[in-house]
Design a binder for this molecule. Structure first.
Ligand SMILES: [Zn+2]
Length: 142
């Protein structure tokens, strides 16, 4: 069997890389936008850099009057598989791109933060997902 064993951390996120010039795109295109070649191969991208993010309004919950506070842990609706806020982020895969629009697992802390990219199966479709990585640049030496 050539099947990869399921990793506990989920499927790798894959983008298309042009076989002629190496340009990477996501989602897949029929032709390379850089050189027009029509053959691409999937390549895995593990990590990205946060360019921007936005928290979508929660449609499943009645809008509450602004409490004036930035609650880090908003109340969650019981029974929802994907409870919590929906966070959409624009991410540039490192080191060579491309830019992807992904769902974020948890709120990020700042622009430029490193994210781990993976795929999640949602309703039978593989969707690009990401989670913030610990900020390594701020870590002090013990
Ligand atoms: Zn190309």
């Amino acid at each position: 069997m050539s099947l990869h064993a399921d990793e506990h951390r989920g499927d790798q996120c894959r983008v298309d890389e042009c076989r002629a010039c190496g340009h990477r795109v996501y989602p897949a295109r029929l032709w390379c936008p850089a050189c027009g070649h029509d053959e691409a191969r999937p390549v895995a991208v593990d990590e990205g850099e946060l360019l921007a993010w936005t928290v979508m309004p929660d449609k499943g919950r009645a809008a509450k009057p602004d409490s004036g506070s930035d609650s880090p842990n908003p109340p969650r609706s019981p029974g929802l598989a994907d409870s919590g806020p929906v966070i959409i982020a624009t991410v540039r895969a490192v080191p060579v791109g491309p830019v992807l629009v992904v769902r974020l697992q948890a709120p990020p802390s700042h622009i430029g933060q490193r994210l781990r990219l993976f795929e999640r199966q949602v309703s039978g479709r593989a969707l690009p997902w990401a989670e913030p990585l610990p900020d390594q640049t701020r870590q002090a030496e013990p």
